[in-house]
Design a protein around this ligand. Structure first.
Ligand SMILES: Cc1cc2nc3c(=O)[nH]c(=O)nc-3n(C[C@H](O)[C@H](O)[C@H](O)COP(=O)(O)OP(=O)(O)OC[C@H]3O[C@@H](n4cnc5c(N)ncnc54)[C@H](O)[C@@H]3O)c2cc1C
Length: 408
């Protein structure tokens, strides 16, 4: 064996796993294609349950002291309804909050930490193929012999090209929601409080939901003078998909139409790439076979609309770490992880399907269901599963669904 673990991809998933296992003496190689990391428009807000996972993995404080900001409130706005401002620390089970960061900066910090803890990092090289077996092998460029490991980890993201040739079947939900991401740079703070009185130094995630327009905005500061804004819309809500520089003006119109305040755009300008993505789930059932295990988006990509990908990725890392520590046979350990993953990911998929149907489905019947549900939420907010605080542990069974839809 050349290594204990070869990890393909040095993003959040790959680096966090190396950080978790390198101090235990595992011989780890990470191969990361990008050098430096580019802004590909990815997750920049970690949910409170993800913050808990980050703490369990020992990377929370590292991120906080290098590139991240704690955001302790979540503010939601909807036309015709009172603004809801949630104090996350006071109301989440782990008393945690959101964390925001520029995604490429987070990746650089974690990959550097993995290297500092003893993982070998090969940067700027791409893995061309993986051969499952005993041992599994990884081939960089045209290297036919490959490098062997007790376990090969594919952490190569939502567009993984390596998993299908290894024999994993990728499943996909039909397209429903589109998410577009934009950076605003300048004298604007998209984490400002727009409702209620702001505690000193506190900041908030701002979410604007416009059911009539089939759209939603999520905005937050990710660094001083730098903000991320996501526009989410139902695929049938707009005549054409918003992407690329020529769509920036129309996107700003849509953002304001959904409720984002105009002054944000007067004091700052859009920088970097502007692109939109099909948010539909894509996943692999049982993400382990023959010496190769999948984690993060390569295992399952949830809908970015709900901002849970980073948290889900850290859950994967923690589950795999725990299994690898508990069982010296890493093949049976990785199989057990695959079951753990399927269990919690299945619950997340059910939960997000509920949310997408209730909040974004189009048509008269959907409008009626929303009216009924929103009236009931006003009387009893516990009808809304607390996905922000509980993540996959938020109820998503048939009873939870019926209560959410106002059917019982
Ligand atoms: C538009 C958008 C918005 C999002 N917003 C949020 C959000 O607000 N909150 C949230 O929690 N999540 C969000 N997500 C999801 C979140 O970004 C992902 O879940 C998370 O980044 C997954 O991390 P990863 O390490 O699995 O994959 P990635 O971050 O994609 O990392 C994979 C790495 O593998 C490398 N790689 C790929 N192929 C190879 C190869 N052949 N050889 C070597 N290296 C390779 C890549 O260069 C990359 O660095 C969003 C996603 C999108 C698309």
């Amino acid at each position: 064996m050349n290594y204990d673990l070869i990890i393909v991809g040095g993003g959040l998933a790959g680096s966090a796993l190396a950080i978790a296992l390198a101090p235990l003496g595992a011989r780890i190689l990470i191969i990361e294609h990008q050098d430096p990391f580019r802004d590909r428009i990815r997750g920049e807000v970690l949910m409170p349950w993800g913050s808990l996972e980050a703490k369990r993995l020992g990377i929370y404080n590292l991120l906080l002291k290098s590139c991240a900001i704690e955001v302790a409130y979540y503010s939601r706005f909807r036309p015709g309804a009172a603004a809801l401002v949630r104090d996350l620390v006071a109301t989440t089970p782990g008393n945690t909050c959101c964390m925001t960061f520029p995604h490429p900066a987070m990746q650089e910090v974690l990959l550097a930490e993995a290297a500092a803890l003893g993982a070998e990092v090969r940067r700027g090289e791409a893995v061309a193929a993986v051969t499952p077996g005993e041992p599994a092998r990884v081939h960089i460029g045209s290297d036919a012999a490959g490098l062997s490991a007790r376990l090969v980890v594919l952490a190569d993201g939502r567009d993984s090209r390596l998993r299908t040739p290894v024999g994993f079947e990728v499943k996909r939900d039909p397209e429903q929601l589109i998410i577009a991401g934009m950076i605003l740079e300048g004298e604007t703070d998209c984490s400002e409080f727009l409702a209620g009185s702001a505690p000193p130094q506190a900041s908030t995630i701002n979410l604007f939901y416009d059911p009539a327009g089939g759209r939603m905005v999520i905005a937050m500061r990710i660094a001083p003078g730098r903000n991320r804004i996501y526009l989410i819309y139902h695929k049938d809500a707009l005549p054409k998909r918003l992407s690329g520089r020529h769509s920036v003006e129309e996107t700003i119109r849509q953002l304001q139409g959904a409720g984002a305040p105009g002054h944000w755009f007067e004091r700052a300008q859009q920088v970097g790439p502007f692109a939109s993505f099909d948010g539909s789930h894509r996943w692999v059932g049982r993400p382990y076979r023959d010496g190769v295990v999948l984690i993060g988006d390569a295992a399952a990509a949830t809908d970015p609309t709900w901002g849970r990908g980073l948290s889900r990725t850290l859950r994967d890392v923690r589950l795999l770490r725990d299994r690898l520590i508990a069982d010296t046979n890493w093949r049976t350990a990785a199989q057990a992880y695959a079951d753990d993953h399927d269990d919690f990911y299945g619950r997340m998929r059910r939960l997000e399907a509920m949310e997408t149907t209730l909040l974004f489905e189009r048509g008269e019947e959907a409008d009626q269901r929303r009216r009924r549900a929103f009236a009931l939420f006003a009387q009893d907010p516990s009808r809304i599963p607390d996905a922000t605080g509980l993540g996959p542990e938020a109820p998503s069974d048939d009873v939870a669904r019926a209560r959410y839809f106002g059917e019982i």
